[in-house]
Design a protein around this ligand. Structure first.
Ligand SMILES: Nc1nc2c(ncn2[C@@H]2O[C@H](COP(=O)(O)OP(=O)(O)OP(=O)(O)O)[C@@H](O)[C@H]2O)c(=O)[nH]1
Ligand SMILES: [Mg+2]
Length: 318
């Protein structure tokens, strides 16, 4: 008994590099012996408490929200306790178990956008992008169009940010680069009317997808949230995507929840994962809100856009 405790007490997490930890188990001589003789080392709570604490810290460092990190570690603990592991395989065992549990906790209903668009009987497929200021909504519209073009799907844009000075010009600049038509009104016009016109234009032109830009807003701004509800009522989007910054942590969770309560979100685009975000926010977001992340933004160019996968994030953290 004492011997087993000795053997497992020095299981530890080592830093693989500055920004990525690797779960590394180190089993002492006692553990190796009992592992060899009995075919396995039984994992006990007091023996892994340090390891779990380290794991929780590393999740928090990766921007995983506190409750989610704690819950995750609790689940991992439950799975590990009482298991018999051969001392030789303990590194792999811990790594695999932790990755597996993380992946399970990130599982939501998936949305395969290209398939959804192709399967929609009546064109166009309508996508509304919404979220806080500067998160990357307009850029993501460009990235989506670039992706759709590569899949032989045509899009048209609704210049739905009639609120911020220069927003329409910014959208038009992107549109020129990508060769897309923009439907616009004057600044200060009703964005619901702009989006409505864009849908009509798409119907008339047999365009596959309408991408509706919207002004950045905070959930506390009642008028702008009401405006968003009107856009949603008038256009009945097939997909409402919340665009948020990958490193925004708890703030993003709280805000996305408010937007979801106000108009209902179908999924997420998380941007700027290239700017040092390890991506732990994605774990808490999926775990807490149970809505899929469709794409992640990995840079400022149109091509810097990847379909989300759990492995991509897990491999950045562990
Ligand atoms: N590094 C990086 N920058 C990004 C990414 N996505 C967007 N950006 C940059 O973020 C800034 C804001 O992007 P916009 O697309 O204008 O954001 P927005 O949500 O439309 O902003 P508002 O219209 O002001 O609410 C721009 O400088 C983009 O180039 C990304 O994935 N990575
Ligand atoms: Mg914008």
């Amino acid at each position: 008994m004492e011997q087993k405790r000795e053997s497992l007490k020095d299981i530890e997490i080592k830093s693989a590099s500055e920004d990525k930890r690797e779960l590394k188990a180190k089993v002492g001589v006692g553990g190796k012996l009992s592992g060899l003789i009995f075919g396995g080392v039984e994992i006990k709570e007091n023996e892994i408490s340090d390891l779990l604490w380290e794991l929780e810290l590393s999740l928090l460092e990766s921007d995983v929200e506190q409750d989610a990190a704690h819950e995750l570690v609790e689940q991992i603990k439950k799975r590990l306790l009482g298991q018999k592991v051969s001392a030789k395989n303990i590194d792999n065992f811990l790594n695999e178990q932790i990755k597996e549990i993380l992946k399970e906790m990130m599982t939501t209903k998936k949305i395969d956008l290209l398939t959804e668009i192709k399967n929609k009987k009546e064109k166009p497929y309508k996508i509304l992008l919404l979220g806080p200021n500067g998160a990357g909504k307009t850029t993501s519209i460009g990235k989506l169009t670039y992706l759709l073009e590569k899949n032989n799907l045509k899009s048209i844009w609704a210049a739905g940010d009639t609120f911020r000075a220069a927003a329409i010009d910014q959208l038009e600049e992107h549109a020129k680069k990508l060769g897309v038509r923009v439907i616009k009104h004057q600044y200060g016009a009703d964005p619901a009317a702009v989006a409505f016109d864009a849908i009509k234009a798409a119907e008339a032109g047999g365009i596959d997808v309408v991408l509706m830009d919207s002004a950045g807003r905070q959930e506390t701004n009642k008028n702008l949230m009401e405006e968003l509800r009107k856009i949603e009522r008038v256009t009945k989007p097939d997909l409402k995507l919340y665009v948020g910054e990958a490193y925004a942590g708890q703030g993003l969770l709280d805000q996305a929840k408010e937007f979801d309560d106000a108009i209902g979100i179908d999924g997420f685009i998380l941007t700027k994962i290239d700017t040092d975000a390890k991506g732990g926010t994605t774990i808490s977001l999926l775990y807490k809100l149970k809505k899929p992340i469709l794409y992640i933004g990995t840079g400022q160019e149109y091509k810097d856009f990847e379909k989300f996968s759990e492995e991509y994030i897990i491999n950045r953290i562990i």
